[in-house]
Design a protein around this ligand. Structure first.
Ligand code: HEC
Length: 89
């Protein structure tokens, strides 16, 4: 019984994520894809976020994420370019 409930919970969470719409996922999957394309070791969202599945409005960035936001300000760029991470040491 317990197992089934957990399974249902995961199913519902996945469904909720899909129903929440492609928007946040798209913007972010893009970031992850770009990072991978740049040859960076980005396993998942937690590379730049504290949350495993960050939500729109509360990105909850970790040090890497904050660094990217700082770089955006420093470079006066319109948006974040994950390839900047290549310069981060
Ligand atoms: C290479 C680093 C990186 C990775 C990997 C990454 N993010 Fe982000 N994400 C960021 C940064 C940096 C911001 C802040 C963007 C800004 O302020 O312009 C952000 C913002 C967001 C936001 C907030 C958007 C908004 O308008 O409020 C969401 C939601 C999000 N990310 C979800 C995700 C999810 C889900 C994943 C995994 C599939 C992911 N991110 C992977 C760096 C990353």
């Amino acid at each position: 019984m317990k197992k089934t409930l957990v399974g249902t919970g995961i199913g519902l969470a996945a469904l909720a994520f899909v129903l929440a719409g492609p928007q946040p996922a798209q913007a972010t999957m893009e970031m992850q894809k770009a990072a991978k394309a740049a040859g960076l070791q980005v396993a998942n969202c937690k590379h730049c976020h504290n949350a495993a599945m960050p939500k729109k409005g509360t990105p909850d960035l970790n040090d890497v994420g904050k660094w990217l936001v700082d770089q955006k300000a420093a470079k006066k760029a319109d948006k974040i370019d994950v390839t900047w991470l290549k310069d981060k040491k």
